[in-house]
Design a protein around this ligand. Structure first.
Ligand code: HEM
Length: 479
């Protein structure tokens, strides 16, 4: 935070090396220090296992849970990685003993070159202070102010991009829409403006592409590599974002409701402001954390509705009764559409887009009778935890009724964690849920999704869950 007289100094997060060789060496050293103190699980090197974790981790993780219980380890590439699954484990990592863990040194550390020191990639007091300063930007009235943007953009996107009777890639459609909403609501840029708006959207997508490619390719350095392309897009994004920050500092306008303007204006308890760099890092982090997640959630929702016409019919009945054909308000989305809330909860159970909570142990700890050494990579995993049959009977079935108010309240703590928990619980939860529900409602008010016979969806999970190759569905006019 920009230091101010009287404000206590906060230790800045450590610099992280982007050099893959250095990282491998430090991982090997950490494992050597912790030797003999890892939870059970396969410790041999295996390409097949590493490949499976990168392409289809769920069966592997659920199999290991069956064999070893809620904490186990396995060697992935060169290093041993600890996984913690199930309600107690999720609770332990997020709420019970989060001081044992850092996000920054986790296996997702390669996000730092793009995100910098935003909420996701920092820890301890530095994190908590930034979070407290940012909270007002995500309060109810702030999110409600973004609903007008969401409505306008969604109506335009339905009119221009969803052709009745044709097969559409709904995932690509939603991705474009989510980007437009983020540009306007977060960055305050017009995505149709040929200059900054369009360039920011294009380069942000290009930068995200880096994190979806195979790990081996991400390690390459030098001209023409994906790494260089990431850096080039980051440069363009930085130019645009820093110019916007300077513009807002020069001409403060309290009427501007975009999150960037709020981040420029917010002050901590001691009156301290974010520096330009901090505003940039927080904004980039919000764009990253919110884009794929909202996109995938709406897409998986449409996929399940196409396969479950009775659920779609009940949703339409609810929206007709409550909304009578009008677009939903923020208040209605939050509390007047209980069946929609249950459907979204069930979608996020089966497909929690931020499927893994990456951490690094910063001290030795114990869980479930096993020791874990400082320096170990540790992940909690909502995706696998949400499919444990003892917690969610018949876990593969899509059953929104699991999430009636009473049944949701009766779940063990830590059982259902699509937004994480504790001090790091998703700061954009209200914003994301509002967007997901609004887009789904407005699409269903006009259209009926039909599954394409013979097509099955497979999931990719780099870095967030999404349908591999997009989601092709046919849309019909709702009768
Ligand atoms: C359906 C949509 C979303 C889902 C499922 C989701 C899920 C999550 C999860 C699981 C975490 C915690 C990760 C961990 O424990 O390691 C998280 C953190 C975060 N999310 Fe979201 N998210 C969504 C939308 C958004 C949106 C729209 C934004 C911003 C506008 C956002 C911003 C963040 C940030 C900044 C963090 C880090 C919080 C911290 O560490 O203090 N998310 N999200």
């Amino acid at each position: 935070m920009g230091s101010v007289e009287g404000a206590a100094p906060v230790r800045r997060p450590p610099r992280m090396s982007a050099n893959p060789a250095r990282r491998v060496l430090s991982d090997l050293a950490a494992e050597w220090r912790g030797r003999g103190r890892f939870p059970p699980g396969p410790g041999d090197f295996s390409w097949a296992r590493t490949h499976q974790v990168a392409h289809d981790p769920l069966p592997l993780l659920l199999g290991a849970y069956e064999e070893f219980g809620p904490i186990f380890s396995m060697r992935l590439l060169h290093t041993r990685v600890v996984f913690m699954l199930g309600p107690e484990a999720n609770h332990f990592v997020t709420v019970g003993a989060p001081e044992n863990f850092h996000w920054r040194e986790s296996s997702f550390g390669d996000l730092i070159p793009l995100l910098g020191d935003g909420l996701l990639t920092v820890d301890d007091e530095f994190h908590d202070r930034a979070r407290a300063i940012m909270m007002p930007a995500f309060h109810r009235q702030q999110v409600a102010a973004a609903v007008a943007v969401m409505q306008t953009e969604t109506a335009a996107a339905i009119a221009s991009g969803l052709r009745v009777g044709e097969v559409v890639d709904f995932y690509a459609w939603m991705r474009n829409l989510a980007m437009r909403i983020a540009m306007r609501a977060l960055l305050g840029l017009d995505p149709d403006e040929a200059g900054r708006g369009a360039a920011a959207a294009a380069h942000f997508e290009r930068a995200l592409h880096f994190f979806g490619i195979d790990y081996g390719l991400r390690l390459l350095r030098g001209p023409g590599t994906p790494w260089r392309k990431l850096l080039a897009s980051r440069r363009v994004l930085d130019e645009i974002v820093f110019a916007e920050i300077a513009e807002r500092r020069a001409n403060p306008d309290p009427g501007r409701g975009d999150v960037l303007s709020l981040l420029v204006a917010v002050r901590g308890e001691g009156g301290e402001a974010f520096s330009d760099r901090e505003v940039r890092d927080q904004l980039m982090t919000l764009m990253f954390a919110g884009h794929d997640t909202s996109t995938s959630t709406v897409t998986f929702l449409l996929y399940e509705l196409a396969r479950h016409p009775a659920v779609a019919a009940r949703l339409r009945e609810e929206q007709d009764r409550v909304l009578g054909g009008a677009p939903p308000s923020a208040e209605q989305l939050e509390s007047s559409l209980p069946y929609l809330a249950m459907v979204v909860d069930e979608v996020l159970r089966l497909y929690p887009p931020a499927w893994i909570g990456p951490r690094r142990a910063v001290r030795d700890f114990e869980f479930g009778g096993y020791a874990v050494p400082r320096g170990a990579y540790v992940n909690y995993c909502s995706w696998a935890s949400h499919r444990l049959p003892e917690v969610f009977p018949d876990p593969e079935a899509f059953v929104p009724e699991r999430f009636t108010r009473e049944r949701k309240a009766a779940l063990p703590r830590g059982a259902y964690v699509p937004f994480g928990g504790g001090q790091r619980v998703c700061i954009g939860k209200r914003f994301g849920l509002t967007e997901v529900k609004l887009v789904a409602t407005m699409v269903l008010q006009q259209l009926r999704p039909d599954a394409l016979p013979g097509r099955t969806m497979t999931i990719r999970q780099m870095p967030t869950l999404s349908p591999r190759g997009g989601l092709k569905i046919r849309l019909r006019l709702r009768s």
